[in-house]
Ligand binder design. Sequence first.
Ligand code: SF4
Length: 399
Amino acid sequence: MSGTPRGERLNITLVGNRNAGKSSLINALAGQEIAIVSETPGTTTDPVDKRYELLPLGPVTFYDTAGLDDVGELGAKRVQATYKILWRTDIALFVNDGAAFSASELTALEHIRAMSIPLLIVFNKSDARPPDPANLEFCASHKLPWIAVSALKQENITTAKELLISLAPQYMKEERPLAGDLVSAGNRVILVTPIDLAAPKGRLILPQVQVIRELLDHDAVVTVVKERELEYALETCKKPPDLVITDSQVILKVVGDLPESVPLTTFSILFARYKGDLDILAAGIAKIDKLADGDRILIAEACSHHVQADDIGRVKIPRWLSQYTGKDLSYEVYTGHDFPENLEEYALVIHCGACMLNQVEMSRRIMEAQRRGVPITNYGLTISKVQGVFERAVAPLYR
Ligand code: SF4
C-alpha cells in the first residue's frame, strides 16, 4: 500500500488551531497510531503526511498541519505552509475544540471555501464541551456539514468517517484512463524510452512505469525499446504496431522511423489528459505562435531532480521554443509544489507531465492560470508543436 505513488493518493488535510486535536483525530480515523499526539500545543510544526488505506476511497494521505494560531515569524511561515498544502487537498477537515471560531480560524475557513475544497467541520473534544452555538450558526448559514466527536473517547468517529467519505468529489471515485482506453486486448504497443544521462540509474521513470502497468492491465502486448532500437523492433514485427508511445524528447527521430499510418503519441501528452485537462492544455499551444520579444515563460516542474547539462525544462525546451518562434524570450523554472503568485506576469506556462502531483493540484494550477488569463500547456504538447508533429501526436487521444 505504501508503494502507491504520492500523485495517485487522495489528500485529506486537517486544519485547525494548535491543540484542537488534529493528530488525535487522524489516529482515531485510522484506528491506529499514525500521528504523534502531544498535549503540548504546537507539536505539529510543518505539515506531516501520513499514509492510510481509507476504504472504499483507497489510498489516502492525511496531512497534519501546524496550528492556525501559531505565533511569531516562524509561526506565520508554518501557517503559510498549511495554506500551500490546500493546493493539493481533495478534502479538508477543519478541526475545532468547541471554542468560538477565532479570527485566524475564520480566515482559514474563508480560504478553504474560496478554493471550493470539500469541507467537513469536526468539533473535537465533545466529551469536554459542546460546540459553541456561534460556530453552529456559522455552519448553518454557510451550509457546512459538521459533526461533534471525541477522538480521545472514540465517540462518533465512525459517523465522522462516513461523512468524510460522502464528501469525496466524483473524480475521487472514478478511474481516469491513462492509456488503457487507447488499446484493445492483444494490441501491440511499442514504448520508446531513451536511456540517457537524465534517466535514473537502474529503473524507468514513473510515467513510463504507470503506462506499462495500465497497458498490461488491458492485455496489450508491450515492447519497450530505446529510440535507436525502434527501427529494428519495427522490422522484426510481423505487422506494424497498433500504437507507439514515445518520450517527447525523441519524437522527431521516432517520426522518422515510423510509417505515417501508425498512431503515435507521447507519455507527456497522455499525462496532460490523465492529470490535467487535455483540451485546455492543447488549446494553450496556440499561444506559442503569438509569443513576442520580451515575453516571460514559466516552466513548472512538479519534482526536483538533479539538473543535467541538457535538461529538458531548463535547456531543451527554451532552446527549441526560442528557435521556433525566433523571439527573445526569458524563462523561469519553478519546481516541486512551488507555483508563483505573480502568474499574470507570464505569457505562457509550460508544465511537466505532473506525474508527482495529484490530479486536484494539477487541476487547481490549470484553473488558476485560466482565472488569471494565462495560457497553460505541457512539455509534450510544446515539444510536439515546435517539432511540427503536434496534430499527429494528439490524434490518438481524439479518435
Ligand atoms: S518532471 Fe514532472 S513528469 Fe517528470 S518525473 Fe517530475 S513530476 Fe513527473
